[in-house]
Design a protein around this ligand. Structure first.
Ligand code: MG
Length: 390
């Protein structure tokens, strides 16, 4: 059975304050609505996602979600009920068997809740996730308690609420025609239309972002989760030396630089890339470059050292890790490195598939002292910060 989703984000979203409606405010660097929509777009059981937006929100939507593979959003109405009806209407031509209706302001919806709702629509025409009410409930007049409400059998209801598509579209049409415009969720419309609604367990963290406090709590929660998800932080270091020899260029950080000497070595003798490769390998306890690429192997004669660096980065990626930064220092009297630093950082960033601002390249001399000072060879040092799931 094919399933579509309607994401309702047509509310003014002003209760949270701020410069823009809550669904377009950023949590962990991304608009709330984008988090929500990506949860459905990324779910293998959902074939189609239809977003319903507020009347004046097209520009905000384009900025927040314009690059995602979505059909044009439809514009909502004065009430949530009307907005959902318009979303369902937009899906009519695409004929899904099932539809999940979800609040744009619930960005923490998990893949498993979506899966459970879909799975239970096998046996039921309407399925909603809910949590049993555990707090004691009071009814009050003003701020004075009138009585205590028996919480037996009471549930707090979440979204996504799932329905057989035909059943809920007909129920919505009937409710609209009957001028019943005051339903606060879609299950209420199903109940009103005589459809049996089944409860399944919701998720405690599938909360709705409503107030300014909710926005900052959601932001903190996502950032903390991201930090914890890659919480095993490693630092590796590498060091390499190559002697100058005959030649008319050197290759440093993947950049060819004209020089009155070359660097001797088995590969292209790119000492900074060798040092960086060792730093990455060291961060995950994978030995050094010589273990992975023995100098005795004729395959690596004159090889582009980007191969070695890519291999080390690949080992980190295979562990679902990321490279947080790398920093290199080249020590030589000549050639002059500074004119090439930008190009070098860009090349390393390209090999490692990270942003150039995560790569540092610096150069210094040894003040004419020692073997680098005498121009006999060149030294490269590197450190790298690697983050692994921990
Ligand atoms: Mg080397």
């Amino acid at each position: 059975m094919s399933a579509a989703a309607v994401i309702v984000a047509a509310g003014a979203g002003v209760r949270a304050g701020g410069e823009r409606p809550k669904q377009y405010q950023a949590i962990a660097g991304k608009p709330v609505l984008r988090h929500t929509v990506e949860a459905f777009l990324g779910h293998p059981g959902i074939a189609d996602v239809q977003v319903v937006i507020g009347e004046d929100h097209q520009a905000l939507y384009d900025e927040a979600l314009g690059d995602l593979p979505l059909p044009r959003p439809v514009t909502g109405g004065a009430t949530r009920q009307v907005s959902v009806a318009r979303g369902l209407d937009a899906l009519r031509g695409r004929k899904p068997d099932l539809v999940l209706i979800h609040d744009g302001a619930r960005p923490f919806v998990s893949a498993s809740v979506i899966s459970h709702v879909i799975a239970h629509l096998d046996r039921h025409a309407a399925v909603i996730p809910a949590l049993a009410v555990t707090d004691t409930l009071k009814r009050a007049k003003g701020n004075v308690v009138a009585d205590t409400v028996d919480r037996t059998g009471l549930w707090a209801v979440q979204t996504p609420q799932g329905f057989r598509f035909e059943a809920i579209t007909q129920a919505h049409a009937r409710a609209g025609a009957a001028a019943e415009q005051d339903f606060s969720d879609d299950a209420s419309i199903a109940e009103w239309a005589g459809i049996e609604v089944a409860l399944i367990p919701g998720a405690p963290d599938n909360t709705k972002v409503t107030s300014a406090d909710d926005i900052s709590a959601a932001d903190l929660r996502l950032r903390r989760n991201a930090l914890l998800a890659l919480g095993d932080i490693r630092v590796g270091q590498g060091f390499d030396v190559h002697a100058f020899g005959p030649g008319d260029y050197v290759t440093l950080c993947g950049v060819r630089i004209a020089h009155d000497r070359g660097l001797s070595g088995h590969s292209d003798a790119d000492a900074p890339l060798h040092a960086l490769t060792d730093a990455l390998l060291g961060s995950i306890g994978e030995g050094d470059i010589g273990v992975h690429f023995p100098p005795s192997d004729a395959r690596w004669r004159g090889a582009d050292s980007a191969i070695f660096l890519k291999h080390a980065a690949g080992l980190i990626a295979a562990r679902n890790g990321i490279i947080a930064n790398a920093d290199l220092t080249i020590v030589c009297e000549a050639p002059k490195i500074s004119p090439y630093v930008v190009q070098m950082r860009r090349r390393i960033a390209e090999i490692l598939k990270v942003a150039p601002d995560r790569i540092g390249v610096k150069a210094t001399t040894s003040e004419t002292m020692g073997f680098t000072g005498r121009g006999e060879g060149l030294v490269a040092m590197a450190t790298a910060t690697v983050r692994l799931p921990g």
